[in-house]
Design a protein around this ligand. Structure first.
Ligand SMILES: [Zn+2]
Length: 375
């Protein structure tokens, strides 16, 4: 159940109630690809840094360890010891970006695993079955991720197939949720809008999938090589055609500035690997812009990464020590930077929610972006 609590311009302050607890939106989901946040971050850490939703990748869990084993264990929540909401992607994005020797047909996609070359077939029904075995809170529909750039003709055909696949996903999810031994019989389904940068295809598709009364709607196929302005334009044009009383999700985006701009255009959910990936490389986010912790100028710096930050890294350690850990390739260095970055994103989302509630989102956004660009 999604409740729209407040609107400020187009920015939405919402609340999604799930069987695993409440999600306050706008929210940034913390990406744990193989049911683990890269950088040696535990689920206890996630609780400490204010994570609301953990995101796991269906494709990765299917090819390694396997969803059947995880179901037998009692589902992903029990397996990784996380009792709050989990969103699983459909596997579509990885099938189209990682897998080799791919063949797309109406039924689904045949491909070889990137781990051992094993032949795998995945269509809408298979993706729903895997996600049902994992027992995530929110499952994503299986869609085609068209290449960028694609011709208009290809895009239209691909989007039409994605719509047919979505209808099959919904039917299969209803069937799975009604089975007796289902891990999470209340699993929700989000549909995905596609259409690249063709705004009319996006809009028609948004209208079409809105009729299906799903639990939420995502924009996929963005941040794949188009400019930020093109992306913002597509969000601005498409979101008004998605139901306002359902959450919207911009997949795989992005930088703090991308998030601030997209919230302003009506997006509720985000996910991105930037905070974890950058953290592992010693790049940390602050309200004054990004810092490279390898920089020599921090070698005797007693300050934390960011003054006033309440994350586990900043509460206890200096820039000088973190730089030393990174230089010595100690895992703790990566871990502290990842924790700080996720805390930074989670805290920003909480500020965003407050600014919308107070009706001053535009001022907040400007101040925040000016600060980060200031460097
Ligand atoms: Zn910090």
């Amino acid at each position: 159940m999604y409740e729209l609590i407040k609107k400020d311009g187009r920015a939405k302050r919402g609340r999604l109630t799930t069987v695993h607890g409440v999600i306050e939106t706008p929210v940034f989901m913390n990406v744990g690809t193989v049911a683990a946040i890269k950088g040696a971050v535990s689920t206890d850490d996630l609780r400490e840094i204010g994570t609301q939703v953990e995101l796991s990748n269906t494709y990765h869990l299917h090819v390694r360890t396997g969803d059947k084993l995880i179901k037998e264990f009692g589902g992903l929540h029990k397996f990784m010891n996380w009792d709050r909401p989990i969103l699983t992607d459909s596997g579509g994005f990885q099938v189209f970006s990682l897998a080799k020797l791919r063949k797309i047909k109406e039924e689904g996609v045949s491909f070889s695993s990137h781990i051992d070359g094993r032949k795998i077939f995945m269509g809408p029904e298979e993706s729903m079955q895997i996600q049902s075995n994992l027992g995530s809170t929110i499952a994503m529909a299986f869609d085609e991720c068209p290449p960028h750039p694609a011709t208009r003709e290809y895009m239209q055909k691909s989007v039409d197939r994605t719509t047919r696949w979505l209808v099959r996903c919904k039917k299969e999810m209803d069937r799975l949720n009604s089975l007796e031994d289902t891990v999470n019989p209340h699993q929700m389904l989000f549909g995905i809008n596609q259409g690249g940068t063709f705004e009319d295809i996006r809009i028609e598709h948004a209208k079409e999938i809105s009729k299906l009364n799903l639990d939420g709607y995502a924009l996929g196929g963005l941040a794949v090589g188009e400019t930020h302005d093109e992306m913002y334009h597509i969000i601005e044009e498409t979101v008004p055609y998605l139901p306002e009383d359902k959450p919207t999700y911009l997949m795989g985006v992005g930088t703090p500035i991308n998030i601030l701009e997209s919230v302003d255009r009506g997006i509720d959910f985000f996910d991105c690997v930037y905070p974890t990936r950058n953290g592992r490389h010693g790049h940390v986010y602050t309200n004054q812009g990004k810092l490279n912790m390898f920089n020599k100028k921090y070698e005797l710096d007693h300050r934390p990464i960011e003054e006033g930050c309440q994350c586990p890294a900043c509460r206890s350690y200096s820039r000088a020590y973190i730089r030393h850990l990174l230089k010595a390739k100690e895992m703790l260095g990566m871990r502290l930077c990842v924790l700080h970055n996720l805390y930074f994103y989670n805290t920003m989302m909480s500020e965003i929610r407050q600014a919308i509630e107070e009706g001053n989102y535009k001022e907040y956004k400007k101040r925040k972006i000016d600060g980060m660009m200031n460097q």
